[in-house]
Write a protein that binds this ligand. Structure first.
Ligand code: F0G
Length: 360
């Protein structure tokens, strides 16, 4: 029988805190492609760029890596229900893995501020969805309080089991490149992901699979950039709803990731995010949700200012699939709705509309 990727727990069993008797709840997450993007390498003026396309996970974002570990651990502890605060992707993953585990899920999302693609996933996987009148930070405060006082398991990234799963993305990068990249960038929201990559790369260094840590860069949306401001932002605003977060939970871990790797934080405007969103789909063939374009947008901004550190190999994690939040792709540069032309069902009229001349 052909080999099938078994999900991150089984693929990296000896690198994760699991034993043979632990239940494993998996949807086959991980093993995502590292896609070369020469157009982006040219734009950034670096040797090579590889996009770690996390939209290829079962629910369409990197959250699945941490959800397999968190929900498996919760199941091992006898949990019947999980709870998560979310800007969308965590809710989709929590709902799907809860179904696989035979549990129920409750998700708290900021009212009116999650994309309908993600909402549809939580609905499809029968989560109890509550739209909180507030932002993500309010949702997380509530989820923590509820998990402390009621029989529901918290599966946000403040749960260390989440970072254990998410660190496997670093392992996969090293598996493919055979070494660490010089620089690795990603969007930065609640700061779980950059912390998990740091953890993963540190472990790779310890066991000698890499010789040095990549410089880790976390990029925020300008309207939701507490790491740039240096303190929490009370009213975060950005079209990149996945990272519309003002008070990141893994603040200290992210600061450590930056310091320890000689990396950096940056921020980009919504306009810069949407420009890169279009560049990735139109020049690299990779369709991501707008938030996921933030890492690449941040590096582009640094390179334009002449502040991008010299790098031969660059990895950029694009965190979620374009179909999660597709509305932005259906707008042109000026924000006008794109409507494909209607034609009669005849080859000659189609050829005329697209400007083709008949073969001689
Ligand atoms: N990109 C996407 C697509 C996300 O959904 C998130 C976070 C991030 C980047 C930022 O990662 O929080 O680890 O720094 N989404 C969370 C959610 C908050 O609820 O889905 P981070």
């Amino acid at each position: 029988m052909a080999h099938q990727w078994r999900g991150v727990i089984r693929e990296y069993f000896d690198r994760l805190p699991f034993t043979e008797s632990d239940p494993i709840v998996t949807l086959g997450e991980g093993g995502t492609p590292l896609i070369e993007a020469p157009a982006l390498a040219k734009l950034l003026d670096v040797g090579s760029v590889h996009l770690k396309f996390e939209g290829m996970n079962p629910t369409g974002s990197f959250k699945d890596r941490g959800m397999t570990t968190a929900v498996s651990k919760a199941k091992g502890k006898g949990a019947k229900a999980v709870i998560a605060a979310s800007t969308g992707n965590t809710s989709a993953a929590a709902a799907a893995y809860a179904v696989k585990a035979g549990m129920t899920s409750v998700v708290l999302v900021p009212a009116g501020k999650i994309s309908w693609g993600k909402l549809s996933q939580a609905v499809a996987h029968k989560a109890q969805i509550l739209q909180v009148r507030g932002n993500f930070d309010d949702c997380l405060r509530l989820a923590r309080e509820l998990s402390e006082n009621y029989p529901v398991f918290l599966v946000n990234s403040v749960n260390p089991d989440r970072l254990q799963g998410q660190k496997t993305a670093s392992f996969e990068v090293v598996d493919v490149l055979g070494e660490a990249p010089d620089l690795h960038a990603m969007p930065l929201g609640n700061a779980g992901n950059i912390s998990a990559y740091h953890l993963g790369y540190k472990e790779e260094l310890e066991i000698g699979r890499i010789k040095q840590l990549p410089k880790l860069f976390g990029i925020q949306a300008a309207g939701a950039a507490p790491f740039i401001q240096g303190s929490p932002v009370s009213k975060p605003e950005t079209i990149a709803t996945a990272i519309r977060i003002g008070n990141p939970a893994s603040w200290d871990l992210a600061q450590e990731a930056k310091r320890n790797t000689d990396g950096g934080f940056g921020s980009v405007s919504d306009k810069e995010i949407l420009w890169m969103h279009r560049f990735l789909s139109q020049e690299c063939g990779v369709f991501v949700e707008p938030s996921s374009a933030t890492g690449a947008a941040g590096l582009f901004k640094l390179s334009q200012k002449g502040e991008l550190p010299k790098a031969n190999t660059v990895v950029i994690t694009v965190t979620g699939h374009g179909l999660k939040d597709p509305d932005w792709a259906l707008k042109d540069e000026r924000g006008r709705q794109i409507k494909p032309k209607r034609v009669a069902a005849q080859a000659a009229s189609v050829a005329e509309v697209i400007g083709l001349e008949r073969n001689k």
